[in-house]
Design a protein around this ligand. Structure first.
Ligand SMILES: C[S@@+](CC[C@H](N)C(=O)[O-])C[C@H]1O[C@@H](n2cnc3c(N)ncnc32)[C@H](O)[C@@H]1O
Length: 210
C-alpha cells in the first residue's frame, strides 16, 4: 500500500472507551497480533464489533481467523466479547488474531494464503465524489486474489445495491469465477441496525477460475 493510499474507512474513534476496554486495548490486543510464524486461514476485513468473526472462530476451531478493523471502538467491543471476567481470552476464541488498522497495510507485508476472505457491508461511500474511497475497487480485489489459497474464496455482502453493481463492474473483465447466486443471509450488526432503511443484502462469491 502506498503511503498516500486513499482512506476507505470513516471514524477511527467513537465514544470514550470504558476503563475495562481501555485496559483490553492496552494489554490484550498486543497479544492477538498476527504471528510471523503462522498462516492465517480466514480473513475478515472491516469486522465492525466482531460478531461474525466470533462465529467464524467458533465454527473453525482448527483455523486461525484474522480480523482487520481500524475503528478502535469496534476492536474494543470484540476484545470485550472474547475475554472472560479475568480478562483472559475464552477458549473458543483462542484462534482469533487482530490487526487494528487498514487491512492493506498487513496484506502488503505478508504472504498469507486464505481459504476464506470475508467482507460484510463494506463502507459504500454513496456520494459520487467519494467513490474513490471504495475499498472494493478492481486493484484491491486483484490484490486479495493473490492471497487466496487454491480453492479459496472471497465472500462479499452488501445491502447497497449500487455498490454491489459497482463491485461486479470492477471485475467484469476478469477471468475470475463469480457467483452471485447466494440466498443465505448473513446477519451482522450493521445490517441489523439498518434493516428498516435498506434493502436485502446481496452477496458475491469470488474464486479463482477452475
Ligand atoms: C459499514 S461497517 C460494517 C461492519 C461489519 N462488517 C458489520 O457488517 O457489522 C464497515 C467497516 O469496514 C471498516 N473498514 C473500512 N475500510 C477498511 C480497511 N481498509 N481495512 C479494514 N477495515 C476497513 C470500517 O472501519 C467499518 O468498521
Amino acid at each position: 500500500m502506498e503511503k498516500q493510499e486513499i482512506r476507505t474507512f470513516g471514524r477511527r474513534h467513537g465514544k470514550k472507551l470504558s476503563i475495562r476496554k481501555e485496559w483490553l486495548i492496552k494489554n490484550v490486543l498486543p497479544r492477538l497480533a498476527p504471528q510471523k510464524t503462522e498462516n492465517a486461514d480466514i480473513l475478515e476485513i472491516g469486522f465492525g464489533a466482531g460478531e461474525h468473526m466470533r462465529e467464524l472462530a467458533v465454527a473453525n476451531p482448527d483455523k486461525i481467523v484474522l480480523g482487520a478493523e481500524p475503528f478502535v471502538n469496534g476492536v474494543a467491543a470484540l476484545l470485550s466479547a472474547i475475554s472472560d471476567d479475568n480478562n483472559t481470552i475464552k477458549p473458543e476464541y483462542k484462534n482469533i488474531r487482530v490487526w487494528p488498522d487498514d487491512v492493506r497495510l498487513i496484506l502488503d507485508k505478508n504472504k498469507f494464503q486464505f481459504s476464506e476472505i470475508w467482507i460484510l457491508h463494506p463502507d459504500p461511500w454513496p456520494k459520487a465524489r467519494h467513490e474513490k474511497r471504495r475499498l472494493l475497487n478492481h486493484d484491491f480485489i486483484m490484490s486479495l486474489i493473490k492471497h487466496l489459497a487454491p480453492n479459496g474464496k472471497i465472500i462479499i455482502g452488501t445491502d447497497h445495491w449500487e455498490y454491489y453493481d459497482w463491485i461486479l463492474s470492477q471485475i467484469a473483465n476478469s477471468n475470475l469465477d463469480i457467483n452471485t447466486n447466494v440466498t443465505e443471509i448473513i446477519t451482522t450488526r450493521y445490517q441489523q441496525k439498518n434493516m428498516a432503511h435498506t434493502t436485502e443484502p446481496r452477496y458475491i462469491v469470488i474464486s479463482l477460475p477452475k
